[in-house]
Design a protein around this ligand. Structure first.
Ligand code: UTP
Length: 298
């Protein structure tokens, strides 16, 4: 069965970004000209996914509004001779079907995925975190590569991984590869936020997963971990422990992960997105070169 559906969890509270997230979803934070979640949807569409199920929660209606077709705005732009701006709304007309369900209690990423069960039913599906994108121009085909390996190898799950500096493994789920980790590798374990000394590699989970519907049974059985949250990593780990086969696909050079979930990574992502803008990037770069002279390295 082809992977055609993407589940995009966007129900998290975003507490690390308070007060920014007090009354707006972190997934709507701008990266250059577009909100983060629009980058995510366009990245998924580039890899051929056509059904998007958002798992939303309190205070997230801006996301639903963003993907509606805004005929009023189109009429306004036409009437006022601003046809050039219409192209910016082309994404509204992409051949994508949008669906929404609610996570009624924020019990973690694993629980958010479980909320997708009635919609996903018996289909394999992609999970794409709504606060993280891979590459800035929606041209990363890592999801396509993941789908290809999933189809070809009949794995139980496929996870995207990025290499991170050794000292940063403490922030991520880290792969323990079976043998040497090439571009595609098999996992013998997945360790959540290990210490630098105990990390089995520096390959960090990178916000994209393909799962079979069997993951739902595993999630049902997963006990809440830290903060009472049901962790997706724990369920994936159980699949490996039961003899299941999970593949890792490494991001290619240039397929950097941008995560807006904390201030440091959000600021870095925003700066890079502004620099990558085809119209304003060069002048932003010029400005930054000038002001950086006032910020000596420490
Ligand atoms: P995070 O792990 O960053 O959690 O979510 P969070 O709750 O949003 O943020 P903090 O820790 O309070 O700052 C990763 C993705 O999973 C979604 C988030 O919306 C985000 O896109 N998520 C997280 C849910 O949908 N539900 C949850 O219960 C938790």
């Amino acid at each position: 069965m082809p992977v055609n559906v993407a589940v995009i969890p966007v129900a998290g509270r975003g507490t690390r970004l308070i007060p920014l997230t007090k009354s707006q979803p972190k997934e709507m934070l701008p990266l250059g000209r577009r909100p983060t979640v629009q980058h995510v949807v366009q990245e998924l569409a580039f890899s051929g996914l056509r059904e998007m199920l958002f798992v939303t929660g309190p205070g997230k209606t801006a996301i639903e509004n963003h993907f509606d077709i805004d005929t009023e705005m189109v009429r306004h732009l036409r009437t006022n001779g601003k046809e050039d701006l219409l192209a910016e709304l082309d994404f509204e007309r992409a051949e994508i079907d949008y669906f929404y369900t609610r996570q009624r209690r924020q019990l973690g990423l694993g629980h958010a995925v479980l909320c997708a069960r009635p919609f996903v039913n018996q289909r394999p599906f992609m999970i794409a975190l709504g606060d993280s994108l891979l590459g800035l121009n929606s041209r990363s085909d890592v999801c396509r590569r993941m789908i290809d390996h999933f189809d070809r190898e009949g794995a139980d799950a496929v996870i995207a991984f990025q290499k991170v500096p050794r000292e940063e493994v403490v922030n991520y789920g880290i792969a323990q590869p079976r043998g040497d980790a090439g571009d595609v590798f098999e996992l013998s374990d997945l360790v959540e936020k290990p210490s630098v000394e105990q990390a089995p590699s520096n390959l960090a989970v990178a916000a994209r997963y393909i799962c079979r519907p069997s993951i739902f049974d595993y999630l049902e059985r997963t006990a809440p971990g830290k903060g009472g949250e049901i962790q997706l990593t724990d369920a994936l780990r159980s699949i490996i422990q039961d003899g299941g086969r999970i593949l890792g696909v490494q991001l290619a050079p240039g397929e950097k992960r941008y995560d807006v979930g904390n201030f440091e990574s959000y600021f870095q992502a925003f700066v890079e997105a502004a620099l990558a803008d085809s119209q304003y990037g060069p002048s932003v770069a010029k400005h930054m070169r000038k002001i950086l002279a006032e910020y000596p390295e420490d």
